[in-house]
Design a protein. Structure first.
Lengths: 116, 394
C-alpha cells in the first residue's frame, strides 16, 4: 500500500509538472484536489484488484484474529477465579438457549398444525 | 521561469479558503439545528415479531390494486429503511402509490446470544414464518417476494425450497453466482479465513464489515464525499439528505456468526448455490425449483454485487416467465437514485400487476421503461436468451 501511495504521488507530481510545462495553471483548488483523488483512487484500486493483495489481506486478518483469540484465552485464564461469567461459559449458555428455543418453536408449530 | 507553486492561482485559492470558512460556519449552524435524522417514515404497523425480527405492514392510503401482498426482504447487512430513506426518494412510497400491499422485514440487531443462528434459521425459520403470517392475514396461498441484495439471495433460496408459497419473485442486485472476481468483495472474500473470523467474534461487528465496504473506494468514500458535503452544507434540506445516507451507511448490524460462516464459505468461496450444492438445513437448494415468474434486476455499474453475480440466475431457474432488467446505475442508485424512482419502481409495479391474477396474463408487454433500452428479456426473447446464454455483463 505504501508503494501504491508513492506511485500515485509521483503520478500526481508528473501530471502537475506536465500541465505547468504546457503553460496551464490550476485555477481552483478543486482541480488539483480532484486530480490527486482520481489518481490515488485508481492506483489503490489497481492494487486491491490483485490476487497478491487479496491473499496478503487475508493473511493479515488471520494474524489479527489469531492475536485476538489468544488474548481472549489469556483473559479467560486470568479471570477464571473471579466471580464473573466467562465468555466460554456464556457461549455454552447461548447454545443451550438456542437449542431450546428451536425445540420450542418446532413444538409450537406441531401444535398449530395438529389443531389445523 | 515561474516555479510550480506560482502556477497555482494563489489569489483564487485564498478566496476559496474564505468561501469554505463561510460554508463551514453556516453548516455548523445547520448541523446544530438538526435534532433528528428521520428515516423510514412511511406509516407502518407491527404485525409480527419473533426474537429480534419485526415484520411491518405499510399503511395504504389509496386503493390496493395488486391483490397479492409483497414481502420486502432486505439484506442482513445494513438496514431495510434504505428503501424509504427520505419521503421523495422512497421505493416503498412509490410502490404504495402504485397500489401495492407491502410488508417489510426488519431483521434487527443480532447480539452474542444470536451467534448460533444459521442460514436455515433465517430462511426456513424467520422468513418462512413471515410468509405464513402474511398468507394468513391476506387469505392468499401465495405471496410476492421482493428481495434486495443478500435478501434477494435469501428470497431465491426460499422460492426454490417453498415454491408453493411464492406467487412472483423479484430480486434486486442479488448475488447468485459467486464465481466472479469482478467486485473487490468477491475477490477478497475468497481469501478470508471465515472460520477464524467467526470463531473469534461470534457475532461479526457491523463496523468490521463497514470498514471493508469503505476500503472499496477509500478516497471517494472517506475523503471526496466529505469534501463534497461542503457544497451542500449551507442548504439544510440537502444536508439532512446527506446525513440520512450517512446514518444508513454506518447503521450496520452485527452478523450472526454461524449464518455468516455458511454464507461466506458455501456461497462466496464454494459457489454452491448456482451449482445446486447448497444445503439449507437438511434440504438441497435447486434453483430449477424456482418455477414462479421471476424479475431479476441488476445494476450495470454495481461495484458491490457485479452483474456477473446477478445475471446468471435467469439461466438457472426453472420458470419460463423470467425477466432480466438492467438498471443503468450503481448498487445504491437502485434504491435512492432519481432514475430508480422514475423508472424502476414503476417497472416493478407494472410487472407485478401483470402477474397478479390467478392465471396471470403472460403478456409480452414490458415494464414502462422499455425492454430494448434496458436490455431486459421480454417473453419473446426468453427462449433465445436461454439457448444462447446471456450476454456478457457490461
Amino acid at each position: 500500500m505504501y508503494v501504491a501511495g508513492i506511485r500515485a504521488y509521483e503520478k500526481v507530481i508528473a501530471t502537475v509538472a506536465d500541465k505547468v510545462s504546457k503553460g496551464d495553471e490550476f485555477k481552483k483548488f478543486d482541480e488539483f484536489f480532484d486530480l490527486w483523488l482520481d489518481v490515488s483512487e485508481k492506483a489503490y484500486y489497481a492494487l486491491f484488484q490483485t490476487q497478491d493483495f487479496s491473499k496478503k489481506q487475508g493473511e493479515l486478518l488471520e494474524a489479527q484474529l489469531n492475536v485476538r483469540q489468544h488474548f481472549f484465552k489469556f483473559m479467560e485464564l486470568y479471570l477464571y477465579d473471579f466471580p464473573i461469567a466467562l465468555r466460554s461459559e456464556m457461549d455454552d449458555l447461548y447454545k443451550t438457549v438456542y437449542d431450546l428455543k428451536k425445540k420450542v418453536k418446532s413444538l409450537e408449530k406441531q401444535i398449530v398444525e395438529a389443531h389445523a | 521561469m515561474k516555479s510550480v507553486l506560482e502556477k497555482f492561482d494563489m489569489k483564487n485559492f485564498i478566496k476559496e479558503v474564505s468561501e469554505v470558512s463561510t460554508k463551514l460556519i453556516k453548516g455548523t449552524e445547520n448541523l446544530a439545528g438538526i435534532e433528528e435524522i428521520d428515516v423510514g417514515t412511511a406509516p407502518k404497523e407491527l404485525v409480527y415479531e419473533e426474537d429480534k425480527l419485526r415484520l411491518y405492514h405499510y399503511k395504504q392510503d389509496g386503493k390496493v390494486t395488486c391483490g397479492v401482498p409483497v414481502l420486502i426482504v432486505y439484506a442482513l447487512v445494513n438496514r431495510q429503511y434504505m428503501l424509504d430513506i427520505q419521503p421523495d426518494r422512497s421505493i416503498v412510497r412509490n410502490l404504495l402509490q402504485r397500489g401495492m400491499d407491502l410488508y417489510i422485514i426488519d431483521w434487527g440487531y443480532p447480539t452474542k446470544s444470536d451467534m448460533y443462528l444459521t442460514l436455515d434459521d433465517y430462511i426456513s425459520g424467520y422468513l418462512d414464518n413471515c410468509v405464513d403470517v402474511i398468507r394468513k392475514r391476506s387469505g392468499k396461498d401465495k405471496i410476492n417476494l421482493m428481495g434486495i441484495c443478500q435478501g434477494g439471495t435469501f428470497c431465491g433460496i426460499y422460492s426454490a425450497l417453498y415454491p408453493e408459497k411464492v406467487k412472483n419473485l423479484v430480486t434486486l442486485v442479488a448475488p447468485f453466482d459467486f464465481s466472479t472476481n469482478d467486485g473487490l468483495l468477491f475477490s477478497w472474500a475468497k481469501n478470508m479465513n471465515v472460520d477464524a473470523l467467526v470463531d473469534t467474534y461470534r457475532v461479526i461487528p457491523g463496523d468490521f464489515l463497514n470498514s471493508g465496504f469503505l476500503m472499496l473506494m477509500p478516497f471517494t468514500l472517506n475523503i471526496r464525499k466529505y469534501m463534497d458535503m461542503l457544497d451542500v452544507v449551507e442548504d439544510r434540506q440537502t444536508l439532512l439528505n446527506f446525513l440520512r445516507m450517512e446514518k444508513w451507511i454506518f447503521d450496520s448490524p452485527g452478523q450472526a456468526g454461524e449464518c455468516l460462516r455458511q454464507f461466506m464459505k458455501d456461497c462466496y468461496q464454494g459457489n454452491k448455490l448456482i451449482k445446486g450444492e447448497l444445503r439449507i438445513g437438511d434440504r438441497l437448494v435447486d434453483l430449477r425449483d424456482i418455477t414462479m415468474p421471476l424479475l431479476n434486476i441488476y445494476a450495470s455499474a454495481d461495484h458491490l454485487v457485479p452483474p456477473a453475480a446477478t445475471r446468471p440466475l435467469n439461466d438457472a431457474v426453472g420458470t419460463t416467465d423470467k425477466t432480466l432488467y438492467e438498471f443503468k446505475g450503481g448498487h445504491i442508485g437502485v434504491f435512492v437514485g432519481s432514475k430508480s424512482q422514475k423508472e424502476l419502481a414503476p417497472a416493478i409495479a407494472t410487472w407485478l400487476h401483470e402477474r397478479d391474477g390467478e392465471g396471470h396474463r403472460k403478456t409480452s408487454s414490458s415494464p414502462d421503461t422499455g425492454a430494448e433500452k434496458t436490455g431486459q428479456t421480454t417473453p419473446e426473447k426468453k427462449q433465445s436468451t436461454k439457448d444462447k446464454g446471456l450476454k456478457k455483463a457490461k
